[in-house]
Write a protein that binds this ligand. Structure first.
Ligand code: WT7
Length: 636
């Protein structure tokens, strides 16, 4: 049974089907027409070049600039004085930037980057809290063709160093600190530690946010406010006319190996994709106040706080701090204060607010809201219903968007901008135009309705990643080898008898912890880096708020004994290697891990035990005693 709207289902679907058919049957014609909504310096010669597939290239020969399309294009119109960015600090202070203001700041910062010798193709790393300087530096980099790699400010110094080294970033932008629940996170100190093991960074620019005392290395580190003071407000930096396939950014994400992948995106195809997906899914209007609650350190923030909304000339809201600080009504006070019309968030946040209770929501007038969005993990029907009833007062459709870092933008989502289908709690409904999604079995055959299979995308789309930075083999192996010719996202899914898609969670060794993507292998390599650990296996344990949390099984080396202190120490090791978000919820010390006779850890079996599910076929197990030991622990 569908919720909202209540009409004939056929009417909604026929519109979507008509556009989708065009997009899939004649993609070159379709995208040739749709890409024109942006301003190109030179038109493409070819819409889709597939001669090097799966390294597909879109809009080949076209020249474009992201900063120009996000800012200059609007500054030439009445939007010049429209608010582009509303920023609210954790302390309640508010800053507003019109398109003109952003344009001025981005031009100045672009000049500043040039003064540091940064140019087209150079990589710059941004390790910043949620402050306006973050999108400003991104757009400034894009203006001169430098490739930004934003590192989430919750990552540790080791994680930052790994990313800087992989991208060979020559400049690092950080801050003296960031605020989280009133406390200061010493970003510069963490960055300094990272810089001890990097070789590419020549200079560091430090934004003053907290006023903390930091160590500045003479000749290497510079205060942003001192530098920017010397750059006049009328500075104009000509936007680089970049090839459509010039990389706009690299963003590291977790996979099934110990090292994160540098997913990198194009300029042209990516911008076209974020523009159209935002239009189709949310149909934003000029009087909307758009609030995506993600951190810009993730793809959601790149595509739907920065690039997508600005391309549309929307007012995008950015909030610095924790969702429940200083009280559990913080978000709702923001919605009321700024008149937010579209709220886009993750199920984990909704579940957290459910726990606090509806009174915190009901303290505020949320009548400005017209659409609600969700992303990052499957949404359970209880959370969906609560979001729909308590936050949206049964007036606001819920736009459940399935996508990934790699896809650039939404892939499966209710197309409110075309014709909203009746919604079903927990289903992202149908693929957007140009997305050829299906659910198949191990052999690639479509599965029967209501049967779990693997999600696949059978055709390239403009927002797709260009590759894995420095490792094109990994790109092909990870995404295009399981089903040759098709893109494999790594998710389980099913379709119901009406063709609705239901995403059922990861099919690989990747966890979604509070919607954050974390590889179990990354946590395992962090654990075995500790001298006490001989072997480790990490699995996801269901959690009522976070969706799942990592649980680690650890075999100790000779001479080490399990203890509460050691458990703490191992958890801390993970925080140091990756960041607090990857901390295991617990460590289970075992004598042996269940393995196959060929020596592979049977994670599937561990996962089943943790979830209290049947362990299934264990005929290949090498030693049953290992299994019985663990089953014993979980029975009690
Ligand atoms: C993975 C991608 C791209 C947005 C932020 C996450 C899961 C994402 C949904 C959804 C069910 C979802 C998938 C996907 N996921 N959105 N609406 N319903 N699952 O990006 O960190 O690259 O993670 O998040 O498992 O593969 P990401």
């Amino acid at each position: 049974m569908g919720v909202l709207p209540t009409g004939e289902k056929k009417v909604f679907l026929s519109k979507l089907e008509e556009i989708s058919r065009k997009a899939l049957e004649r993609p070159e014609e379709f995208w040739d027409e749709h890409a024109r909504v942006l301003e190109w310096f030179k038109q493409w010669d070819k819409v889709l070049d597939d001669k090097d597939k799966p390294s597909y290239r879109w809009f080949v020969g076209g020249k474009i600039n992201a900063s120009y399309n996000a800012l200059d294009r609007h500054v030439k119109t009445w939007r010049k004085n429209k608010v582009a960015l509303i920023w609210e600090g954790e302390d309640g202070s508010v800053k507003k930037y019109t398109f003109r203001d952003l344009y001025v700041e981005v031009n100045r910062v672009a000049q500043l980057l040039k003064n540091f010798g940064v140019g087209k193709g150079d990589r710059i790393a941004l390790y910043l809290p949620m402050i306006p300087e973050l999108p400003i530096f991104m757009l400034a980099a894009a203006r001169i063709g430098a490739i930004h790699t934003v590192v989430f400010s919750g990552f540790s110094s080791d994680a930052l160093a790994k990313r800087i080294n992989d991208a060979k970033a020559k400049l690092l932008i950080t801050a003296d600190g960031g605020f989280r629940r009133g406390k200061i996170i010493p970003l510069k100190e963490i960055a300094d530690k990272a810089l001890e093991s990097t070789f590419s960074v020549e200079n560091v620019i430090v934004v003053k946010r907290t006023g903390s005392n930091v160590n500045m290395v003479e000749g290497r580190d510079f205060w942003f406010h001192e530098l920017i003071d010397g750059i006049p407000r009328n500075t104009y930096v000509e936007p680089e006319k970049l090839d459509a396939n010039h990389p706009l950014f690299i963003l590291y994400t977790s996979g099934t190996t110990g090292t994160p992948k540098g997913v990198y995106h194009s300029t042209g195809g990516y911008l076209v994709w974020v523009y159209w997906t935002l239009k189709w899914a949310f149909d934003p209007k000029d009087d909307d106040i758009w609030w995506c609650t993600a951190d810009i350190g993730w793809i959601t923030g790149h595509s739907y706080i920065v690039y997508g909304p600005l391309l549309h000339g929307l007012t995008s809201l950015m909030y610095e701090g924790a969702p429940d600080y200083p009280a559990p009504d913080r978000w709702w006070s923001i919605v009321e204060k700024h008149g937010v019309t579209i709220l886009y968030t993750a199920p984990t946040a909704i579940r957290m607010f459910m726990r606090y209770g509806r009174k915190w929501v009901e303290m505020h007038d949320l009548s400005s809201l017209r659409l609600l969005g969700t992303v990052g993990e499957p949404i359970n029907p209880e959370a969906w219903n609560w979001y729909f009833e308590v936050v949206g007062k049964k007036r606001c459709p819920i736009i459940d968007t399935w996508w990934q870092t790699e896809t650039g933008g939404f892939m499966i989502a209710p197309a409110a901008g075309i014709a909203l289908p009746p919604l079903k709690p927990g289903s992202a409904t149908f693929p957007l135009p140009g997305v050829d999604a299906d659910v198949v079995d191990e052999e690639g055959r479509p599965v029967e309705p209501n049967t779990r299979g693997y999600l696949v995308i059978k055709k390239p789309w403009p927002g797709m990643l260009l590759g894995v930075w420095g490792d094109q083999k990994r790109y092909i192996d990870t995404y295009w080898s399981r089903y040759p010719g098709w893109y494999y996202p790594g998710d389980y899914a099913m379709k119901d008898e009406e063709g609705y898609f239901w995403i059922l969670g990861r099919a690989d060794e990747v966890l979604k912890v509070a919607a954050h993507r974390i590889g179990t292998m990354e946590i395992e390599s962090a654990l075995v880096s500790h001298p006490a650990v001989a072997e480790a296996a990490v699995v996801g344990k269901p959690d009522p708020v976070k969706g799942e949390v990592p649980l680690a099984f650890v075999v100790l080396r000779e001479g080490y004994e399990p203890s509460r202190e050691l458990e703490e120490e191992l958890i801390e090791t993970v925080a140091e290697n990756i960041g607090p978000i990857a901390k295991p919820a617990g460590i289970v010390f075992v004598g042996k891990l269940p393995k196959t006779r060929s020596g592979k850890i049977m994670r599937r079996v561990l996962k089943a035990i943790v979830r209290g599910e049947p362990v299934g076929d264990i005929s290949t197990i090498e030693d049953r005693a290992a299994l019985e030991e663990i089953m014993g622990v979980f029975k009690s």
